[in-house]
Design a protein around this ligand. Structure first.
Ligand code: C2E
Ligand code: MG
Ligand code: MG
Ligand code: MG
Length: 291
């Protein structure tokens, strides 16, 4: 009897240790306050046209400034999804990203596109379409300059509902990208049904390119497949010049990665965009001198 009581006690205790560690509680408590305390930040990572090397867009990536420590999304987004906090947080991200993008477009004259990640829970909100439409109207960002990224797993899991929501977003003029494309959930049946503008090749595909012949052939095939489906391909996780060269040689549309540009603070991204746009303007003004 003592033994079974002991076992029970241990079980209850260990359940609590697993699900409600003091750390998680503290983090959850603080996460609730992150929004009102204005602790959320966006970093922006540039995306480049593989052929011309020019900036096409930027992906907005969320960080939490928790008492001076910058916490990466992998450490708090799961909790934000569990608690539903991702919905107001996601609205903040959308508003901030669209505001900054439009500001930079006006400042630089560069036709920047901004990519914003959406979580599954946001896709489930009946007012998502209204929220996106309202944000575009408020910020003045053209719908075609906004791209929403949805991970492949979410789209596959909720393919019917997702297709409906994506269709409505697209009717607004907003672009749709499938994030982490090709990882684990491959179902080719949905590919032809979905209203999608871009596949973002998961960076795991690229990590052994070009050393690995198998991986290199797979990436080349995925690029070709995207093009046959009339879907653009963005390669994620470009960390070397050899990878960038490979993508260019195989007709990949766009690339994003540490080798090309890291996620950076707003001021740094603005400086990059201003320098880039004036450089291109100079090249265009004096084509003969460009070489
Ligand atoms: P993701 O959307 O696939 O974003 C790309 C991630 O890869 C980013 O990590 C980026 O910093 C990282 N990355 C970019 N280039 C390279 C590279 O060359 N090498 C390597 N190793 N990594 C690279 P981050 O910022 O930590 O974001 C992680 C994930 O968190 C994102 O993956 C996205 O799923 C999620 N996330 C970020 N911001 C938001 C947001 O505002 N809302 C939602 N729902 N999710 C977000
Ligand atoms: Mg993304
Ligand atoms: Mg990704
Ligand atoms: Mg990811």
């Amino acid at each position: 009897q003592a033994k079974s009581r002991g076992r029970n006690r241990v079980q209850v205790f260990s359940d609590k240790m697993v699900s409600v560690t003091p750390d998680t509680l503290l983090l959850e408590n603080d996460l609730y306050k992150a929004l009102e305390r204005d602790e959320l930040r966006l970093h922006f990572q540039p995306q480049f046209d593989c052929r011309s090397g020019r900036i096409t867009g930027a992906e907005a990536l969320l960080r939490w400034d928790h008492g001076g420590r910058l916490i990466p999304p992998s450490d708090f987004i799961p909790l934000a999804e569990e608690t539903g906090l991702i919905v107001p947080m996601g609205e903040w991200v959308l508003q901030r990203a669209c505001t900054m993008a439009q500001q930079w477009r006006e400042l630089s004259g560069w036709p920047l596109r901004i990519a914003v990640n959406l979580s599954a829970l946001q896709l489930d909100q009946p007012d998502l379409i209204d929220t996106v439409a309202r944000t575009l109207a408020e910020t003045g960002l053209p719908a075609t300059a906004l791209e929403l990224e949805i991970t492949e797993s979410v789209v596959v899991r909720e393919s019917l509902r997702a297709a409906d929501v994506l269709m409505q977003l697209r009717a607004l003029g907003v672009g749709i990208a499938i994030d982490d494309f090709g990882v684990g959930y491959s179902s080719f049946a949905y590919l032809r049904e979905l209203p999608v503008d871009r596949f973002k090749l998961d960076r795991s595909f690229l990590s052994a390119v070009p050393q690995s012949g198998g991986d290199s052939r797979l990436v080349a095939a995925l690029i070709a497949m995207g093009h046959r489906l009339e879907v653009g391909i963005v390669a994620e996780g470009v960390e070397t010049q050899a990878q960038a060269d490979f993508l260019k040689a195989h007709g990949c549309d766009e690339a994003q990665g540490y080798h090309l540009g890291r996620p950076m603070k707003e001021e740094a991204f603005e400086a990059l965009l201003m320098a880039h746009s004036s450089e291109v303007a100079q090249d265009n003004a004096a084509p003969g001198d460009a070489q």
